[in-house]
Design a protein around this ligand. Structure first.
Ligand code: ATP
Length: 273
């Protein structure tokens, strides 16, 4: 699935008739609603997510950000009271259809959570875990994957001499980059990040932000963040959620400099939330 957008639009959100560039859609959410029991948590979401971009989801507490990102990998269905309507396409396939195999998402979509959650295993085994599950047993191949993933997550130099040590011995910021490396080891298409820096100190936050900028060259990234400066710094496009609805979704520069909706303006200028 493709849309055609102008070069300038892709850079700063203004619609002009500059040289068109093609952008592939990774996800397309259509008329999507989600209820927890009787409570409507997501209302009529229509949201395209584009390849090799960082898409930020912002909004006040309880507006549905985590619910939405967990819908993209169908984690949300672990909650028994969840009901949904509408559709979500991943690479043109409905992930909600009965015939869709959720394993496809497990191998194509990685997730990084708010709190770093390495396994209680060695640094090496944390990274080799996914590839081993996918049947890779050859030590040399695993060694290569581990090194490539740790380099990709910008933590190789810090851990290369202690791969056999337990990942719990690392700092929070290092653990989070191990979790990102663990994602990379399965060679995902998309990386979902649910407030990945909210438990980190400013230096570790900066490292993860720099990493996200680097990773978008190869991956498509969706990041939920409470931190508006972070969304402004690292994302290409931002969706502002409020009470389960998408109020505004546009190029990040535009959303933060010239929002179309008064509610977006009130939120980004700190009048509420
Ligand atoms: N498992 C659940 N069962 C029932 N209601 C839930 C559940 N999870 C979330 N909700 C409700 O759905 C709404 C959206 O919650 P969600 O966690 O997606 O918001 P959020 O924007 O991520 O919030 P925060 O920024 O505080 O993490 C809230 O009203 C929340 O109370």
């Amino acid at each position: 699935m493709q849309i055609v957008t102008s070069m300038r639009e892709s850079m700063n959100g203004t619609s002009t008739s500059d040289t068109p560039v093609e952008k592939n859609m990774v996800y397309e959410t259509k008329d999507f609603h989600l209820w927890y029991g009787d409570k409507l948590a997501l209302k009529n979401i229509n949201l395209p997510i584009y390849e090799n971009e960082v898409t930020a989801i912002i909004g006040p507490s309880g507006c549905g950000k985590s619910t939405y990102i967990k819908t993209l990998n169908r984690m949300v269905e672990l909650v028994p009271t969840v009901r949904i309507s509408g559709d979500i396409l991943y690479r043109d396939k409905s992930i909600l259809s009965k015939t869709f195999k959720v394993e496809e998402l497990r191998t194509s979509v990685g997730m990084v959570f708010q709190k770093p959650n390495p396994f209680p295993k060695s640094i090496y085994d944390n990274i080799a875990y996914g590839p081993r599950i996918h049947g890779i047993r050859n030590k040399k191949v695993l060694d290569e994957i581990v090194e490539k993933s740790l380099r990709g997550a910008a933590i190789w130099d810090e851990v290369k001499d202690r791969l056999k040590e337990n990942a719990y011995g690392l700092s929070g910021g290092q653990q989070q980059r191990i979790c990102i490396a663990r994602c990379l080891a399965i060679e995902p298409d998309v990386i979902l990040m649910d407030e990945p820096t909210s438990a980190l100190d400013p230096i570790s936050t900066m490292k993860v932000e720099e990493l996200v900028q680097e990773l978008k060259k190869e991956y498509s990234i969706v990041i939920v963040t409470h931190n508006m400066q972070q969304a402004a710094r690292i994302s290409d496009r931002t969706a502002f959620f409020l009470n389960g609805e998408v109020i505004e979704y546009t190029a990040t520069d535009k959303l933060f400099s010239n929002p179309s909706d008064k509610r977006t303006e009130d939120y980004i200028t700190g009048r509420f939330g």
